[in-house]
Design a protein around this ligand. Structure first.
Ligand SMILES: [Zn+2]
Length: 301
């Protein structure tokens, strides 16, 4: 592995939250994403003799920011990267398009390829929800992208749309789905198998059950559900997930597939809430409209 490749580990919090820890192996510096609780983070740092260097926040919900103040009290020099509207005392305000370099590596350790981070606003779950896109060199000189996407994309699913802005959520997910054709790496495209998502919750199994409710014949879903259930029984995370896998089995990224469109229209038609679905002509529905109906079906599932 190249010297600057960080390792990324989940710290469990609450019932099903993950606080992702990004660990720089040469210095033991650690970045944590969305520390909803301080205690499990402090314990993790002390157990491994790591040094907390930064906190990144995706959005304002308590289970993502609840531990920030206590961590700032315990580690007064910690950098806190957040949107100005996330309700934390950030040291570095970021928003759509912000870029920065992860870790403060001393000069002798400093490596030729800096670990660069891009910030995207992916609204819908909340108005100012951010995703952090961490670009590192992979094992074969390929570029890997690690995406800390909070409650926007889950493995096999997506977050609730608390803003009510289905259009924003749809566009955010489409943006994540199209990361392999986005100009992230200075003009070079990153393969979907090298793009990894780190959502903040272990919701994969329940998402896949809903996915199979929509697409009963999707083998990628049923196969992955069996694997996730085994992992969960062993107390292990089903994450991260790759974009390649999500394209196959995340129903919210599959609203362009005929199997999903037909099933959504049929199921929405059976539900009193979905007047628009009465017209069963799939062609008259935009993909965004199918997405909105699908999200509503998940809320009611
Ligand atoms: Zn949330």
């Amino acid at each position: 592995m190249p010297a600057n490749t960080p390792s990324i580990k989940p710290i469990k919090a609450f019932n099903d939250n993950y606080i992702w820890a990004i660990i720089e192996p040469l210095t033991g510096q650690v970045i944590v994403v969305d520390p909803g609780q301080a205690e499990p983070v402090i314990e993790f740092l002390q157990d491994h003799n790591y040094q907390l260097t930064a906190i990144w926040i995706t959005h304002k919900h308590f289970d993502h920011v609840g531990g920030v103040q206590a961590l700032q009290d315990a580690y007064p020099d910690v950098q806190v990267v957040a949107h100005a509207n996330h309700g934390v005392a950030q040291t570095d305000a970021v928003s759509e398009g912000s870029e920065f370099v992860a870790f403060n590596l001393p000069v002798p350790v400093s490596v030729p390829v800096p670990i660069s981070v891009k910030v995207w606003q992916v609204a819908g779950h909340t108005e100012h929800h951010l995703a952090y896109l961490l670009r590192v060199a992979g094992e074969n000189q390929n570029t890997q992208l690690h995406v800390f996407c909070g409650d926007t994309l889950f493995s096999g699913g997506c977050g609730r749309v608390f803003t009510g802005d289905m259009s924003a959520m749809y566009n955010s997910l489409q943006r994540l789905k199209n990361l392999d054709s986005s100009n992230i790496d200075g003009g070079l495209l990153i393969a979907d198998k090298d793009i990894f998502f780190y959502p903040a919750h272990e919701y994969t199994a329940s998402n896949l059950k809903f996915g199979l409710h929509i697409e009963a014949d999707n083998e990628a879903m049923s196969k992955h559900l069996a694997k996730v259930q085994r992992l969960n029984e062993q107390g292990q995370a089903s994450l991260p997930s790759s974009l390649a896998l999500e394209k196959q089995m995340n129903v919210f990224l599959r609203t362009d597939k005929a199997s999903v469109v037909e099933s959504v229209l049929e199921k929405a038609d059976n539900s009193a809430n979905h007047e628009q679905a009465r017209n069963k002509q799939a062609t008259s529905h935009t993909e965004e409209h199918i997405f909105a109906m699908l999200r509503q079906l998940k809320d009611d599932f």
